[in-house]
Design a protein around this ligand. Sequence first.
Ligand code: ATP
Length: 321
Amino acid sequence: MIATESLSKRFPRVTALDRLSVDVGPGVTGLVGANGAGKSTLIKILLGLSPATEGRAEVLGLDVATKGADIRERVGYMPEHDCLPPDVSATEFVVHMARMSGLPPTAARERTADTLRHVGLYEERYRPIGGYSTGMKQRVKLAQALVHDPQLVFLDEPTNGLDPVGRDEMLGLIRRIYTDFGISVLVTSHLLGELERTCDHVVVVDGGKLLRSSSTTDFTQTTTTLAIEVTDTDEHPDGTRAVREALHARGADVVDGGGGLPGAGHVLLLTAQGEETYDLVRDVVADLGLGLVRMEQRRHHISEVFKSEDEQRKEAVGHGS
Ligand SMILES: Nc1ncnc2c1ncn2[C@@H]1O[C@H](COP(=O)(O)OP(=O)(O)OP(=O)(O)O)[C@@H](O)[C@H]1O
C-alpha cells in the first residue's frame, strides 16, 4: 500500500523526516510518535502535497513525486486540525467534498447519506457544523475522507480532543473502515495504547527516524515475561531458589522478582522464548517435586517497548495479568 525509501524532509531549522524506509501493507496501520515526530509531514508527502528533500515514496504503486493527483483520487485524508466551515451542515459539506472528488450529483448525495450514517451522524446531518461537539466534528472529517470510496485513508490524530467514550467509539469506527469496507487505514496517534487495540501493524517514528515497524502481536508478544511462583518442601525449604538454580543450570535467563502478591511467596521472572520455556519450567518444577502456584504470562503493552528491561521487570512483579 505504502513504501518509502530513505525518505527525508528537511526544513531550514529541523529535519522532520530522516531517511525513513518503511513498507505498509493492507489493513489498519498505526503511525505513532510524539508531537513533532514527523507524522503529519509524512502524510503530506504521501499525498503528494509536499515534496520530499530526498528519497522516494509510493502509495498504491504510484510515485508521490509525479502522481499526487492520482493518489488523492484513490486516498482519503482526514486532517488533524479543525478545518470545517461552521455555517453549513454536515450533509452540505460532505456532498461538496464528494463532488470535488468527481462524483456526479446523485451519487454524491447517496454516498454522503450512507457515509454519514456509517459514522453515526445521520440524525444531526442537517444542522450547521458550528453547533457540533468535537466528537461530531471528527466524524464529519472522517466522513469526508471516506465519501469517495477510497482504497486507503490517512487519518491524522482522529482521537484528538475526544473524551474516553468518544475515543473508544472513534477507534471502533476506524477498525470497521477496514473490516466492513475493505478500506485500508493509516492512522496517526501520539498515544501508543490506543493503537495496540485498533491496529494490525504499528510503525513507530521518533525525531523523523524509524524506530520500529512490526505487527501488533509481535509488539506485544516478543517480550513476554513469565512470572513463576512455587511451593517449598522439606527437601527444598527455599523452593524458589531451587527452581532458579535448576533453570539457570539449563540455560534460562531467570531473575528473582522479589516479593510477589501480598501473602504470596517469591516470584521468579524469565523471558519466554516460546512454548519450550513453559515445558522447561513445568519439567524443572516437577523434577524438584515442588508445587507450581502460578506460571503466568504477562503480555506487554506497546508503551513498554520504550521502557528499560529493569522497569519492565519491576512492573511484572505483583500484577501478572
Ligand atoms: N512547514 C514547516 N516549516 C518548518 N518546520 C516544520 C514545518 N512543518 C513541520 N515542521 C517541523 O517538522 C517537525 C515534524 O512535524 P510534524 O507536524 O510532521 O510532526 P507530527 O509528528 O505530526 O506532530 P504533531 O502531532 O504535533 O503534528 C516538527 O519539528 C515541526 O516543527
